[in-house]
Design a protein around this ligand. Structure first.
Ligand SMILES: Nc1nc2c(ncn2[C@@H]2O[C@H](COP(=O)(O)OP(=O)(O)O)[C@@H](O)[C@H]2O)c(=O)[nH]1
Ligand SMILES: [Mg+2]
Length: 198
């Protein structure tokens, strides 16, 4: 969180986390396309040495004022591949909320678990624990065959029973439900924090 007193803005950072190819970039691209260009910044894409790998996306959305400050949300994705471990840590700096995008395919369950563990480890460097932090889970790729049941995914991944959403990011299903949930979760957690009036 960052307050720009001069502009009367409160900046909130949301990070889309999850294993490689789970659909994080697809989520952000869909959101970007649907948001009025007047209230969003440009999408920044940094290509890495791997084709199709997007290093991070940056998207800022402006909503109506919350009390006297204008909230600005920055949306980021992280690169899932193991060799970008350091980048993931850096992107989490100053994070206010997380969307964990899980891949519903049975064959990807281990990758989901590894990524969730990686997230917990990286957050611990910032003294954040997932039991007391605004985050939601998205079960993406529900259109594919050979997917886990929601019950199984809930049991294995949603240990703290945070809000969860089914999605097919390629056609946008569930994308905005997920986004709205994390935004309102983050805003209410900020409002609850002592000493910050938003
Ligand atoms: N069938 C299907 N494919 C998806 C879905 N979401 C993403 N994809 C595809 O999965 C691949 C990886 O998506 P991407 O957003 O780049 O994953 P990221 O590594 O998490 O950013 C791409 O080919 C997407 O088109 C989905 O809900 N269903
Ligand atoms: Mg990506």
């Amino acid at each position: 969180m960052f307050i720009n007193w001069a502009l009367n803005e409160i900046h909130l950072k949301i990070v889309y986390y999850g294993p490689g190819l789970s659909g994080k970039t697809t989520n952000l691209e869909f959101i970007y396309k649907k948001i009025d260009p007047k209230i969003r910044s440009e999408l920044v894409t940094l290509k890495t040495r791997e084709e199709r790998t997007i290093f991070f996306d940056f998207l800022q959305l402006e909503f109506g004022k919350i009390q006297n400050k204008i909230p600005k949300f920055s949306l980021y994705t992280i690169p899932g591949q193991s060799y970008y471990a350091e980048s993931r840590k850096v992107i989490l700096n100053g994070v206010d909320g997380i969307v964990f995008v899980a891949d519903s395919q049975k064959s990807r369950m281990m990758k989901n678990l590894e990524s969730l563990y990686d997230l917990e480890m990286n957050l611990s460097e910032y003294r954040i624990t997932l039991d007391q932090f605004p985050w939601v889970i998205q079960y993406n790729k529900r259109d594919l065959r050979d997917i886990e049941s929601i019950e199984t995914m809930q049991d294995k991944l949603n240990i703290y029973r945070v809000p969860h959403f089914e999605a097919v990011a390629t056609n946008g299903a569930g994308v905005f439900a997920t986004l709205k949930s994390i935004l309102s979760t983050v805003v209410s957690s900020i409002q609850k924090r002592k000493g910050v009036s938003v």
